[in-house]
Design a protein around this ligand. Structure first.
Ligand SMILES: [Zn+2]
Length: 312
């Protein structure tokens, strides 16, 4: 489903954070923001690794790696290879107990008209008519190009925010969570998934990892509703071994086949999670974590944080 275009007034200037007028015009900046094929490009150029100019070129900005199948122009065996790699490496790790769809269901059960912001939406479709989707690259469901360090929305404009595999790709995740806080209404919800034991992905655009407690601290201004593992130790070990195998050669042709062989060879390792996931020790070497919470009135103290350690 293609999301409908939003009115310019749904967006704010990423610098001044007040609502934009017609034609995405900011009176304080004394200029309009551009849009490409109806998608507003709302980047604070002075404060972002991304530049507005890059989105205005013929093919626009596609991200550090292939960002969704619609940008993949490959044909024949090359297309088959890419699709196989994508399907295997992006398939959901086994044993998941909670995900974004369940979070959204819980939010909507409490607040049927909840307005939801999805950051880093890419090609994923969270669904729902009251959902606003943003990313730093054009994708099938992206309604606005935005950098999470400066969200182009006025304060308190959403009831929930979802950020899946986003916070490892931002230079300052603490600032981004502050921005999430700013655009949420009081008691607003957040759902995030962030890697822990994962090799670098998306090239240069990968900066940070979080342990379960580190992730909890990142969201210290939120009360926890639920948190847990996304991909257990088997998934982490398989991913690491894949990268070890792929690093055995630097010749592009060899590397291509090494990557596919490594993926097929290590894929079954994720089933080890069937055994590990029920055990607390899995928290010490999980592939990633999710956090689902609600904006709190008081932040969680660092001493209280220590008591929440789950490993073993
Ligand atoms: Zn402005």
């Amino acid at each position: 489903m293609q999301e409908q275009a939003l009115q310019p007034s749904a967006f704010a200037c990423p610098v001044h954070k007040h609502a934009l007028g017609d034609n995405l015009f900011c009176t304080a900046c004394a200029k309009p923001y551009p849009s490409v094929n109806g998608i507003p490009v709302l980047i604070n150029d002075a404060n972002s690794v991304f530049q507005t100019a890059d989105y205005l070129q013929a093919r626009g900005y596609e991200g550090a790696s292939s960002y969704g199948g619609h940008l993949d122009n490959s044909r024949g065996w090359r297309q088959l290879y890419r699709r196989a790699i994508a399907a295997l490496s992006e398939s959901n790790p086994p044993g998941r107990t909670f995900d974004a769809a369940q979070a959204v269901k819980q939010i909507q059960a409490q607040q049927p008209d909840a307005r939801v912001l999805v950051i880093g939406a890419g090609d994923s479709d969270i669904g729902g008519s009251n959902v606003v989707t943003t990313d730093v690259a054009f994708g099938a469901h992206v309604q606005c190009i935005a950098d999470a360090h400066d969200l182009p929305f006025v304060d308190g404009s959403f009831d929930a925010c979802i950020a899946i595999a986003v916070l490892e790709h931002v230079v300052d995740p603490y600032r981004c969570v502050e921005e999430i806080r700013r655009v949420l209404r009081p008691r607003g919800f957040v759902y995030a998934e962030t890697p822990f034991m994962q090799p670098v992905h998306m090239g240069a655009y990968d900066f940070t990892r979080f342990s379960h407690l580190g992730h909890r601290r990142l969201f210290r201004h939120f009360d926890e509703l639920d948190s847990g593992i996304v991909g257990g130790p088997g998934t982490s070990a398989g991913q690491m071994l894949r990268y070890v195998i792929a690093s055995l050669s630097e010749r592009a042709a060899v590397k291509r086949w090494l990557k596919l062989a490594a993926l097929l060879l290590t894929y079954p390792m994720r089933w080890i999670d069937r055994i590990c996931l029920g055990k607390l020790a899995a928290y010490d070497s999980a592939s990633g974590f999710y956090f689902f919470g609600r904006l709190a009135t008081e932040p969680l103290g660092d001493r209280e944080l220590l008591a929440l350690y789950r490993g073993g």
